[in-house]
Design a protein around this ligand. Structure first.
Ligand code: ADP
Length: 432
């Protein structure tokens, strides 16, 4: 509901206009009074002349220069107007200041980028596409109350936006206030993405837990019914139930570890740990799995201590996951190499690089960017058969990030895979 600006001027506060015309009225009144006193003008004529002058001063004739700025027309203090413009310009989100008719007084660069059709001194209603914005704007104009709207913008990419229109009184030159509106836009897309990810995560986790749970309750039914008196079947089913229960326990373990690491993601570990014995411990611990998979773990570690600021338990999880994956998915290559090198990062900082290389079937390039997503597997059946949860690499990435490091994944089909965890090297403690 657009209110024309001429009406807004007409209804501008009377004290404003009185103050504006006061000097004219005073001068006219004095001059006419003197003329009457000195007998130069009959009192009736003087009253008529004063009435004409007062009408001319108080009635809002639109005799202003067409090129005069809107601020002049609205009697806005130019210093305050510049301050208001600077505030709108400085707002990080797209912001538009509107007069109470919905005409654009000022807009910042972000708003111009979001809605290129918006122009100063033109009605915003005509420049905005979304019906939600137009409705909110009309309601804000009609009620002069705060209005909010959420809408999906499709151009140039899908973005969830929240629009807030707040009435703001902008002071005028004559001590009054012009009721303007500040329209700001907030990009809700990142929040929505996080919400979607959380919903996906809960759905995936429930699905992963439901599968072994369904298998367990199926076998319990069979053991209570048809297989009640079949000791051979009972042993076999109990064996499968054990595997399913272990899988559930592992999944819950991984989920808990992931949430713990996420909770402390912003807190960088500050304890200095020697990373060499940690890698050695992991390699030793996975020897039985290597033997089972008929593969060999080759370790290439320096003979000295290598210190990083880290959490020992989390680092154990990182190398366990990487070496275990290499043995689970790459054992056909017969060998897994775990090596540690000292290098310099892109920013010129000393870096510790732990590389886990296998010579198995490798990973097709299209999967590489998604490998660290929760529950992402190249081959779901293969992963489940290996007792995998699909959370291992996600956990690795979160732990490495918490240590302010990076995880590099290189692979080519039939050429094995190399996972490299890079950590900033800590300065040697003075005692060593
Ligand atoms: P999972 O519990 O399934 O092993 P991860 O997050 O550890 O979950 O790994 C995700 C997927 O990445 C695995 O399912 C597997 O398909 C693939 N993958 C991981 N490491 C290797 C590797 N060394 N060689 C081939 N594929 C791998």
């Amino acid at each position: 509901m657009a209110i024309d600006d001429s009406t807004s001027f007409f209804f501008s506060p009377w004290p404003d206009r009185l103050r504006h015309s006061a000097i004219i009225l005073l001068t006219a009144g004095l001059s006419l009074a003197l003329l009457v006193i000195f007998g130069e003008l009959p009192p009736l004529l003087a009253v008529a002349a004063f009435a004409c002058i007062a009408a001319a001063a108080l009635v809002p004739w639109r005799l202003h220069d067409a090129s005069a700025s809107r601020e002049d027309v609205r009697g806005v203090n130019p210093v305050e107007s510049a301050a208001v413009a600077a505030v709108v310009d400085g707002m990080p989100d797209p912001a538009v200041l509107l007069d109470r008719a919905g005409r654009v007084i000022h807009l910042n660069a972000a708003a111009a980028q979001l809605a290129p059709a918006l122009r100063k001194n033109e009605l915003a209603q005509f420049a905005l596409r979304s019906p939600e914005i137009i409705t909110a704007l009309r309601e804000a104009i009609a009620t002069t109350e705060v209005r909010r709207a959420t809408y999906l913008d499709h151009v140039p990419v899908d973005r969830w936006m929240e629009l807030v229109i707040i009435p703001v009184p902008v002071p005028t030159l004559f001590g009054g206030a012009d009721k303007c509106m500040l329209m700001t836009f907030h990009d809700l897309t990142p929040l929505r993405r996080v919400e979607e990810m959380r919903a996906d995560f809960v759905a995936n986790a429930s699905h992963e837990l439901r599968t072994p749970l369904a298998a367990l309750s199926g076998f319990i039914d069979t053991l209570q019914g048809p297989a009640r008196d079949d000791p051979k079947a009972r042993d076999r089913f109990l064996g499968i139930m054990h595997i399913q229960a272990t899988r559930m326990a592992r999944l819950i373990d991984d989920l808990l570890s992931l949430s713990r690491v996420e909770l402390s993601a912003h807190v960088r570990p500050d304890t200095l740990v020697d990373i060499v014995p940690i890698i050695r411990q992991v390699a030793d611990g996975l020897e039985p799995l290597a033997r089972e998979r008929q593969a060999e773990i080759e370790i290439d570690l320096p003979d000295m201590s290598v210190w990083i600021a880290g959490d020992r338990e989390e680092l154990l999880r990182v190398f366990e996951n990487l070496v275990e994956n290499a043995l689970k998915y790459g054992a056909s290559g017969g060998k897994v190499i775990v090596s540690l090198t000292l290098a310099t990062s892109g920013e010129g900082q000393p870096e510790v690089r732990v590389m886990v290389r296998d010579f198995g079937p490798g990973i097709a390039p299209e999967h590489l960017p998604r490998l660290t997503e929760r529950f992402y597997r190249v081959d779901v059946g293969d992963s489940r058969a290996q007792g995998g949860t699909g959370l291992g690499l996600s956990l690795v990435k979160h732990i490495v990030n918490r240590h302010r490091g990076r995880l590099l994944i290189e692979s080519a089909l039939k050429n094995g895979a190399t996972f490299t965890a890079c950590f900033p090297q800590a300065r040697l403690p003075s005692s060593t």
